[in-house]
Design a protein around this ligand. Structure first.
Ligand code: PBG
Length: 326
């Protein structure tokens, strides 16, 4: 008897396709980044990121309510202060822009999971991620400032702190500072694998945080390297990271897969501003279908191995999950 084996696509019906679908996305794994500014009644459009805004503490609560309604209850907060200085002192000011947004969100939505970015570039006049000495980032002087910032954010209500300055030793420094101040239960999400990327362009416009001299190439990673990503991830694990992150996502799917295979920690991927704005621009020019591009890129990040996706499309993605499109 001759049997012909035919490969079946398992797509005869939507139910069959969904039964055998490999990449299942849950809205619970989505995180939405938000930009906080000072004042009240402010919702200011970010020109470089159509559909994204900077919010004052009252308005950020209205936006959070929308996110919760869409099924997203995890936020990543960035502060954009009016006044920046040489040190970036606004970052660890207990009355600072991010601290006030955190307090306001916590008071109104106690169940929200609030992740606070820990970096100085939004707060320094020069736009670098830490203290500067002789025209260069002073790694060790920055560690103490990042620790101070993390403690201040935890005090204001952050449930997770996420150091993103790419300074050597920043996870250990932040962990030690938190523990010393009674915040040992606050986890650290490490931007362990953060490339020096042109995809951060729209964010730097949003936060007015582009470096005024030089670039971030001396502390962020070279995009030609992936073994270095494993080294960075291993170091952060040894320093006490609780969650690892790869950033950006789209051009780094192989890195996501490698870090996932090499570590047992939950893995987040950050689909950054340039990834978002690129899809928005393509859709605006009618070069592509925004919804389809959004779904396909998000599915790719999960397929590569991410457990958590940080995305400016998070509320739309949660809606897509509910509809069964993702
Ligand atoms: C802070 C930080 C940046 C981003 C996240 N945290 C900016 C940078 O490194 O220049 C970029 C996020 C995005 O592009 O969406 N260091």
């Amino acid at each position: 008897m001759n049997i012909t084996i035919r490969p079946r696509r398992l797509r005869n019906s939507e139910a069959l396709r969904r039964l055998t679908h490999e990449t299942r996305v849950s809205a619970e794994s989505l995180v939405y980044p938000l930009f906080a500014v000072e004042g009240s009644g402010i919702v200011s459009a970010i020109e470089s990121m159509p559909g994204q805004y900077r919010y004052s503490p009252d308005e950020i609560c209205a936006k959070a309510a929308d996110c919760i309604a869409a099924g997203v209850d995890k936020l990543l907060l960035f502060g954009v202060p009016k006044h920046k200085d040489g040190e970036g002192s606004g970052a660890w000011d207990d009355d600072g822009v991010t601290q006030n947004a955190l307090r306001s969100l916590k008071a109104n939505f106690p169940k929200l999971l609030l992740i606070a970015d820990v970096c100085l570039c939004e707060y320094t006049a020069h736009g670098h991620c830490g203290a500067i000495k002789n025209g260069e980032l002073d790694n060790d002087a920055t560690l103490e400032l990042l620790g101070r910032t993390a403690v201040s954010l935890a005090k204001a209500g952050a449930d997770i702190v996420a150091p993103s300055a790419m300074c050597d030793g920043q996870i250990a420094a932040v962990r030690a500072a938190l523990d010393a101040e009674g915040f040992s239960r606050i986890p650290v999400m490490s931007y362990a694998v953060k490339y020096a990327s042109a995809f951060y362009g729209p964010f730097r416009t949003a936060a007015a945080s582009a470096p005024k001299f030089g670039g971030r190439g001396t502390y962020q990673m070279d995009y030609g390297n992936s073994r270095e990503a494993l080294k960075e991830a291993a170091l952060d694990v040894s320093e006490g990271a609780d969650i690892l992150m790869v950033k950006p996502a789209l051009a780094y799917m192989d890195v996501i897969a490698k870090v996932k295979a090499a570590s047992n920690l939950p893995l987040a991927a950050y689909s950054v501003s340039g990834e978002y704005s690129m899809i928005k621009a393509a859709a605006k020019a009618a070069y592509g279908d925004e919804y389809a591009l959004m779904l396909e890129t998000a599915a790719g990040v999960y397929r590569a191995g991410a457990d958590i996706l940080i995305s400016y499309f998070a509320p739309e993605l949660a809606n897509a999950v509910r509809r069964g499109d993702l």
